[in-house]
Design a protein around this ligand. Sequence first.
Ligand SMILES: Cc1ncc(COP(=O)(O)O)c(C=O)c1O
Length: 469
Amino acid sequence: MKETTEPAMGDMQYFPTVLDAIGNTPLVRLNRIASDVPPLVLVKMEMMNPGGSVKDRIGPNLIAYCEQQGLLRPGGTIVEPTSGNTGHGLAIAAAIKGYHCIFVMTDKASEEKRSLLRAYGAEVVICPSSATHDSPDYYKNVAYRLADEIPGACCPDQYSNPANPATHYASTGPEIWRATAGKVTAFVAGIGTGGTISGTARYLKEVNPKIQIIGADPPGSVYSGDSPKPYKVEGIGMDMFPRNYNPDLVDDVIRIDDRASFHWAQRLAREEGILTGGSGGTALGAGLTYAKRLTANDVVVILLPDTGRGYLSKQYNETWMRENDLLVQAESDQPSLADVLTYRRTHTRSMPLVVSVLPSDSVADAVELLRRYGISQTPVMENGRMIGSLTEDLLLRRLASGEPLDTCAVGEIQGDAFPILDAHTATKDAYHVFNDCTSAVAVMRDDVLEGIVTKSDLLEFWAHQKTHA
Ligand SMILES: Cc1ncc(COP(=O)(O)O)c(C=O)c1O
């Protein structure tokens, strides 16, 4: 950790090894994203560790524990089951200490994370994520078996190694306490091995037992009381309680699903300029949910465990998100009637968005206009105001009743004006306005008629959206 940095020579400032650059990550205030919750909300930027995650902290200490236990000797091999980040933390420490690494991951781990491990010179073994923990193919069982079979190999096992929570007790907890000048009132983190939350919580509860510790958990994980089910967020949630998780230190566990987790992570990047992974989004979602219950005197610290760079082919890839049905349509992303008009202008009919007639126009001229543009209805306008409508239905009813058409003016036979909707109205809300008598709506923006949207315009737009979804 940085505190152990050797005194630098003269005025020079440097770390003796990259391991000394681990920890002392900053706290950053959330501004826009937390504007509607009362407390001060701070995020702990664990992606700023040299390997890009909170797991850099435990890598050297997991290895040191194995060395102290006599399980790992110079030139030995480290075999670890990991979702990726612990692998990076171990690989960094192993590079410095001269150990070979084999990491066992599930096929859920992103391609970037696998490639990163190989970049540090590690071997990567991939296991099916569908294997349950009683199966020999389960990634942890494969790692334990390899560690047994390979001479000189040892599994540091982040799930049970006491150095994991001890590292957070010694570094993450004190850093948060110091950086908030003891004002932190709640700490929120995702739970994987439980090391981060249990170690940090033990320190924080020792210095102030009132500090609330909140876990963030995906549905399908046992920490929030669910039965094991698959989910997409990486690195957190578990199908059984590991030794390094201490539930007595955790006051509440809040469940946040995949879609919300990825959505929160995306908002964090776009609104605060902070790129984190899916589990950071889970922690953020849980933290902001919890913060709603608090006051302006509270200080909430949310731990963001890793960088989003490991997930560019997944949660930050729109195709992957769409294929997995994870896209959230924000309210502002909902297609509106303005979009229907834009689509019509650019894709379909080469005609003005508003074709209208005057009440004084002859019906014969009006019918000619409908025919020319291939439309079934038109508004009747007077002095820039819509005062009625002329529709094919109305004209046919008139013809059917035997009343003359060719001699009269539009104003004599016009029907009611079309219902008026604002251009921002979501198309899904506009569907309800159409019924047997309403064949079109007038779309207004700031009191100006922007265009007429018909039933067929809406259906065409819907079909276009569906094929391009
Ligand atoms: C991306 C990510 N987030 C969160 C965690 C959870 O941290 P811990 O294992 O200390 O509970 C992990 C653990 O692997 C992780 O990889």
